[in-house]
Design a protein. Structure first.
Length: 109
C-alpha cells in the first residue's frame, strides 16, 4: 500500500511518460515511508508537521496517501523540520519489464 512499509506492486510503465510517473510515485512512496517513520520516532503528529512546515492544511495528508504529487517545495519544507531524507533514501527501484524503456532509461536501473 502506498506510503506504508512493505512490498508495493507497481503498475508496469509502457511509455516514457508512464515511466517518469511511476518512478516519481516510487520515490514519493519511499519519502513518505521515511517521513512517517521519523514522525513516529519523534512522537509527533502529521498536524504538527503541517503547522511547523507551513504546508497547507490537508495537503500533507494527501501527500502521505499519494493523492497529491510531492513537489520540491514540499520536500524542502518537510526536510526543514525532519532533516535530510530525499538524498539519503536507499531502495532498489522496481524492475521495468519493457525492453524499450529499459534501453532508454538504463541509467535509472
Amino acid at each position: 500500500m502506498f506510503g506504508r512499509p512493505g512490498d508495493v506492486t507497481w503498475i508496469q510503465p509502457t511509455t516514457p511518460a508512464a515511466y517518469a510517473s511511476a518512478r516519481a510515485a516510487e520515490l514519493q512512496h519511499h519519502f513518505v515511508v521515511e517521513t512517517t517513520d521519523r514522525l513516529e520516532r519523534l512522537g509527533r503528529s502529521k498536524s504538527w508537521l503541517e503547522e511547523r512546515s507551513g504546508i497547507a492544511a490537508g495537503r500533507l495528508s494527501k501527500l502521505l496517501r499519494g493523492y497529491a504529487q510531492l513537489t520540491l517545495r514540499d520536500v524542502v519544507a518537510i526536510e526543514g523540520i525532519l532533516g535530510p531524507m530525499l538524498t539519503e533514501l536507499a531502495f532498489s527501484p522496481f524492475e521495468v519489464r519493457d525492453s524499450s524503456l529499459q534501453a532508454r532509461f538504463q541509467q535509472g536501473q
